[in-house]
Design a protein around this ligand. Structure first.
Ligand code: C2G
Length: 457
């Protein structure tokens, strides 16, 4: 019996996939089809896949060509499968010619002709109108967002808005992206041009921009913090739900594929019960930067607090017993460095954030059997290790990571808008609202500590 194996994503199953499977089956007597998991596809940079793995498996099964269907979920699996199942022929479409020649040492490799003029990518772009996105705020994030959005099909950036037209960042932005400038100071008019906004304006303006956009029927992706109080954050999510709109808080870590993997490993029991999380995020900011000069809305905690909270909320939940903060403030009341301690019934967490103090910046998740160590920049999660009492035993993970990480949150935003991922688990409304609760508690603490300082100076 000749055993044949082939692999694919098979998203939005089409004639090209059908022909490939038919030819693959004809190469032997028994066909094994490996369908990629979502996680594997994200890791290899395929971030636009729309259908979940079970749907894609079903489509492959419906063809009747597959004698066995397996899930492909990691790099290097092809060699394992070929040996495990005693495969004689590995086959794939001719778009991959050369790529899999290394498998020749295990079995015969056959590249089948690719069906011309049809692809999942083309179907995706015909199925949906691109989502027209407008950017609010033309500071540091805007150019990064524009270059990363190019990797997400369905995202089309058509305009940028900045009410402070004389701002330095604005003239620089205008030089680089003249076609995106929409000359208006009227936000409502700007909203009329678009389907969705990405809000990257100063922290204190996020809530208002988000609220107006939702009221006008636009989807919102907002930089963190979405708002400064739990009530306002809750109100925005309620509004989004009532109007059936997507609202996402852009806390990058939550959407990066490697971070998902790290959370999964932590939850798998490999390090036993999780007892402690230590999360640091520090970046030295210029002395004249907003982070270090705006005593009301700048500072380290508002800047990095949401990011350090993500692993804590994901792994220990929102049901904490006690929380405390300690900050070092400059003379105008800007928090330059903070330490937060959170206590749960049977676990604890601490986090440090800084704009004027540099720390190691790592994430350590400690359990009863071992710990996970992810070094800075752990929020992009390009590498992490599982370590044990026996210091010789180290398991390393190197999830692939592309660009600067923004493409993953943009991709999630678009998937949600076009309806393929409405119940996104990556950062839920509840998690986002919980972050606002902690931000609010921090504000109370900060106001008490800095009450003698006149913020307006
Ligand atoms: N295919 C084809 N003709 C098309 C489109 C796709 O023959 N017009 C083939 C591809 O060459 C591949 C299979 O259909 O053999 C599945 O294609 P995709 O779903 O795009 O999956 P792909 O990314 O090619 O996965 O481990 C995964 C594999 O390496 C390939």
């Amino acid at each position: 019996m000749t055993k044949v194996i082939t692999y694919g994503t098979f998203d939005l199953f089409h004639q090209g996939h059908y022909n490939l499977l038919k030819h693959a089956k004809a190469l032997g007597d028994y066909l094994i089809v490996g369908v990629t998991s979502e996680h594997f596809d994200e890791n290899r940079g395929k971030i636009n896949v729309l259908e979940d793995v079970l749907t894609r498996v079903q489509h492959v099964r419906d063809t009747g060509f597959a004698d066995q269907i397996i899930i492909e979920d990691h790099e290097g699996q092809k060699i394992e499968d070929i040996q495990r199942y005693g495969v004689d022929i590995f086959t794939v479409g001719s778009d991959w010619v050369g790529t899999f020649d290394y498998l020749n040492q295990y079995c015969k490799v056959v590249y089948l002709p690719r069906t011309p003029d049809i692809s999942s990518t083309a179907i995706r772009s015909n199925m949906f109108q691109p989502v027209r996105i407008g950017i609010v705020g033309t500071g540091r994030m805007a150019p990064r967002f524009i270059s990363e959005a190019k990797y997400v099909s369905g995202a089309q950036i058509i305009a940028a808005y900045n009410p402070v037209n004389d701002a330095e960042s604005f003239s620089e932005f205008r030089t680089h992206f003249p076609s995106l400038i929409y000359e208006t100071e009227n936000y409502e008019h700007f909203l009329e041009l678009i389907d969705a906004v990405y809000i990257a304006s100063p922290n204190e303006t996020h809530y208002n921009y988000a609220q107006k956009a939702l009221l006008q029927g636009k989807h919102v992706l907002s930089e963190k913090p979405l708002a400064f109080t739990k009530r306002e954050t809750q109100e925005l999510y309620d509004l989004a739900e009532t109007k059936n709109l997507v609202l996402l808080e852009a806390v990058k870590a939550a959407y990066c594929p490697g971070f998902q993997e790290l959370i999964n490993v932590a939850e798998s029991g490999r390090i036993g019960e999780i007892k402690d999380i230590e999360a640091d995020f520090t970046r030295l900011a210029a002395e004249n930067s907003r982070e270090r000069t705006d005593a009301e809305y700048g500072g380290a905690f508002y800047e990095f607090g949401p990011s350090v909270l993500v692993p804590i909320i994901k792994l220990l939940g929102t049901n904490y017993k006690d929380i405390s903060f300690h900050s070092i403030f400059d003379t105008s009341g800007v928090d330059e460095y903070d330490k937060m301690d959170i206590y749960y019934d049977n676990a604890m967490a601490s986090a440090r954030t800084g704009v004027a103090v540099k720390t190691e910046g790592q994430l350590v998740i400690s359990g009863t059997k071992g710990y996970i160590l992810a070094q800075s920049p752990w929020w992009l999660t390009k590498h992490f290790e599982v370590r044990y009492e026996d210091s010789e035993k180290i398991e390393s993970y190197d999830p692939p990571f592309r660009g600067d990480g923004l493409r993953y949150e943009i991709s999630e935003f678009i998937r949600k808008i076009i309806g393929f991922s409405r119940n996104g688990y990556k950062l839920t409304a509840e998690e986002s609202i919980f972050m606002a609760e902690i931000i609010e508690k921090y504000t109370e603490y900060k106001n008490k500590q800095t009450s003698g300082i006149d913020h307006l100076n």
